[in-house]
Every structure is written in C-alpha cells, then in structure tokens.
Design a protein around this ligand. Structure first.
Ligand code: PEP
Ligand code: CO
Length: 454
C-alpha cells in the first residue's frame, strides 16, 4: 500500500491491507479470531484519562519542562511475572529518577517497558541449531523459546496469557504506588542491597539527600506538604509490534470521539516496521495514544517526513516522540540531518535517546553484548548534538534490569567479555544491570547540570 492510500478510512484492522512485517501468521485462523474476540471483551489495561495525562507530560517534555525516563527489559517473559522482579524494576526506575531529578531539576516522568513488552522483532525468520531449522523465538506473546517445532509454532492463546500477565503486573504496580511505595519523601523504601556495597553508593546517597532536602526546604518554607511527591506517576509502554493483540484492545471512546489502544499508555513502532506504507504506520496513525517511533541508522529525511505526515498531520502537542538509536560512532553525523528535517517541517516532537540498540555487538565469546562506554558516549553525543542544533533532548530509552546480571560489559565494576557467562539471563538483548543503570542516571544528571549552567 502506498503512503497516499493511508489517507483512506482508518479502522482498527485496516493495517491488514498494508505490508505486514514481523507478524507471523497463525496456522488456525478461527482459533486466533476467537482469541481476539475474547480479548476485545475483556476490560482495558489502561484508561484514556491516564493516556491523556501522559500525553500532557510528553507535551511538557517537548517544551523542555519535563524529562522522560523510559526503561525496562528488552523482552519481558511470563516466568518473570513475579513480585520480586516487578518490585526491582519499579525500584530501579524510581532510584534513577531521583538521581536524574537532582541534576536536571525538572519533573521526571517514569515510563516502564513493562506490562506488555512481550513481542520481539527478529532479524531472521528462522534459527538453525545442529542442522535443525525452526521459526525464531519472537517473544512470549507469540511462541515459546524451547527448541522444538511445537514450541516455536505461533500460538494465539499466548495473547491471552500476555494480557493476563500485563494485568497482574499493572495491578501490583498500581497497588505499590497507591500504598505510598513511590513516595519521594521516603526513598529508603527502595534501597536495595547494592546501595551498601556499590562504589557509586555515596554519590547516590548525596543525590537522594539533595532531593529530600529540596522537598523539606519547600515544605518548611510554605508550611504545606508536597503531596504530589507522595504518589508519583508511572506509565507503561511496549513495542506495538503484534498488531492482532493491539487491535483487539483498541476501542472507540464515545466521550472522546477517538480510538485508543488500551493495552498500554505509550506504544512505539520499532526500527524494523516503520517503512512508509507499513501495517504498523497504518495502525498507529489511527490511535489517539502518544506514540514513539525508533529512528535507526537507515532513517533518512524523506522517510522521516513521511512518518511525520502520517502520524501527526495536525501537529498535536504530546503526540509524537522520536527515539533515535544510532550508535556511539554515528550519532554525531547521523542525528543533525534528522533534527534539521524536523525543524524544517516545523512540527513538534519529543526527542529521546536510546543509547542501547545502536551499540549491540558480538563479544569475543560469541555472546551478544553492549559496551558501557559506547552507551555513555552515545548519550553524551545526544546531549551535544541537541545542544548544537538548539533542540531539547527530553528523555532516554534504556534496556535495564534491577538485578545484578552480566549482559553489558564495562561500568563501575569493569565487567569483561569473560564475565558475561556468570549471569546472562536476557533471552534477547543485553540489559544494563543495576549499577550500570544507576551510573547512566548519574551521567544524565551530570549532563542536565551542565545544560542548566548554560
Ligand atoms: C527494542 O526496543 O527492543 C528494539 C527491538 O528496538 P529497535 O526497534 O530500535 O531495534
Ligand atoms: Co532490545
């Protein structure tokens, strides 16, 4: 389908007549239709009020008045839907946000890659092991990771299992936040063991103290308590890759006269599915959620202009977030022309840096990894380029975990290729571990401090 035909009527399933990539077909269509009907009858995971509140926050970030911290697993797994894993992910994002606030001195909006990050694009449709070729694993919402033909067959019932896990995850996060777990007055709630042992512990404590002192100072000066700091907002995001699932939970809300994808607040389109005329662009153009779009090394001005026209023709505030993931070695040359394209088009976007996906490499032992120094360098490059172009870098998008995994090399403990074997758990991309994530947050705070001084 051409871009022109995108101006035709939109419907939740109009993506089906476009070029579909990265969505495997189900063998039994009546089975998958029955699952989609069931999903369509179940209550939504998020509400339009929350979605609109996030859109306002993104609009603020577009104007330099907030910063978006988006992070979580590359791929959530059903097995990791347990209380410890969820609490740890919430804690790391809260701790990072405090570190960032201490330097950026602006509200930080926390967005998890959580409660639905179950579908993965793959570069190859099949995998070969010991001469046996099977379909690639595409995330727990599509098929199973075990290496048998049966496990790798796409199973529509997994959409229901993913919906349930997402609901359980969200339910727990909402309860923790409502119960005061995220109260910025009590950051000690989120301390984890590492704070006692880490080389970064003192710096983190100083940052927490700065934020606590700021709250104290304001509250004693005004005689009021900052209740907003007691209940921070937390939003969910996932790659809106598996369109049958997204479609099933997309509803027309009469009170707003708009369609919303109610599986998540903030879906994004990955770098592999954003071609003009693609099924994903078609689906996303019709939903009212704020949407993200990854910009990879192949992105060019024509393609970007076409995205801007399709996804935000009315130039609405808060609607579009551009997440560049260009790699440390190329960000300084590839980002300026993309920024210029957006400036010339005169449209509002939020610029976010994903310093992970352009820096994936194969370690000497064949494992997939990312070097911490490259991640920091891409981040520094993003702050530099946006400063030089007069644009505002309003957020970061990270793959991270609150655990002590060994997936990315470098960082305060100097992990090497030889350490990767020790605790490599990700089924897809390597994530920052707890300390590496905190170090990134501290760097962001440092960039923010520099920016504020100018
Ligand atoms: C991801 O965010 O996990 C991902 C696959 O990213 P990208 O589309 O940027 O490659
Ligand atoms: Co990834």
């Amino acid at each position: 389908m051409s871009e022109a035909s995108h101006s035709a009527a939109w419907a939740p399933d109009s993506w089906r007549s476009c070029t579909v990539a990265q969505i495997p077909a189900y063998r039994n269509a009546s089975d998958s239709n029955a699952v989609m009907d069931a999903l369509a009858r179940l209550p939504p995971l998020v509400t339009s009020w929350e979605i609109e509140a996030l859109r306002e926050q993104i609009a603020l970030a577009q104007n330099g008045k907030a910063f978006i911290l988006q992070g979580g697993d590359c791929a959530e797994t059903f097995a990791d839907c347990n209380s410890a894993a969820i609490v740890t992910k919430l804690k790391i994002l809260l701790q990072m946000s405090v570190a960032i606030i201490s330097g950026i001195k602006l509200p930080v909006v926390r967005v998890g890659r959580i409660a639905g990050q179950y579908a993965k694009p793959r570069s190859a449709d099949t995998e070969v092991r010991n001469g046996v070729s099977l379909p690639s694993y595409r995330g727990d919402i599509i098929n199973r990771n075990a290496y048998t033909a049966e496990d790798r067959e796409p199973d529509p019932h997994l959409m229901l299992r993913a919906y349930e896990r997402s609901a359980l995850t969200l339910n727990f996060i909402r309860a923790l936040i409502d119960g005061g777990f995220a109260d910025l007055h009590h950051p000690e709630n989120w301390d984890l063991d590492w704070v006692r042992h880490s080389p970064l512990a003192d710096e983190y404590r100083r940052m927490v103290q700065t934020v606590a002192d700021g709250l104290d100072f304001f509250e004693s000066l005004t005689g009021k308590s900052i209740d907003q700091a007691r209940r921070v907002d937390f939003y969910t995001a996932h790659e809106g890759l598996h369109l049958p699932y997204e479609q099933a939970q997309t509803r027309f809300l009469a009170h707003r006269q708009k369609w919303y994808d109610l599986t998540t607040h903030f879906p994004w389109i990955g770098a592999r599915t954003s071609q003009p005329g693609s099924a994903h662009i078609e689906f996303f153009r019709g939903i009212a959620n704020p949407v993200g779009i990854k910009l990879g090394v192949d992105m060019n001005p024509d393609w970007l202009r076409s995205i801007l026209r399709s996804l935000n023709p009315a130039n609405e505030p808060g609607r579009l977030t551009l997440i560049h993931r260009l790699g440390a070695s190329r960000i300084r040359s590839l980002l300026p022309p993309l920024i210029e394209t957006v400036q010339k088009a005169g449209v509002r976007v939020l610029w976010v840096c994903d310093p992970m996906h352009g820096n994936t490499e194969t370690a000497s032992n064949g494992m997939k990894t990312r070097r911490f120094d490259n991640i920091l360098d891409e981040l520094a490059g993003a702050f530099e380029v946006h400063r030089d172009c007069g644009t505002w870098l309003g957020g970061v998008h990270l793959e991270l975990t609150g655990e002590h995994v060994t997936e990315c090399t470098g960082g305060a403990r100097g992990l090497t290729d030889a350490d990767l074997h020790r605790d490599y758990r990700s089924q897809v991309d390597p994530r920052l571990n707890y300390e590496q994530a905190m170090e990134v947050a501290m760097r962001i705070a440092g960039h923010g401090r520099q920016r504020a001084r100018r």
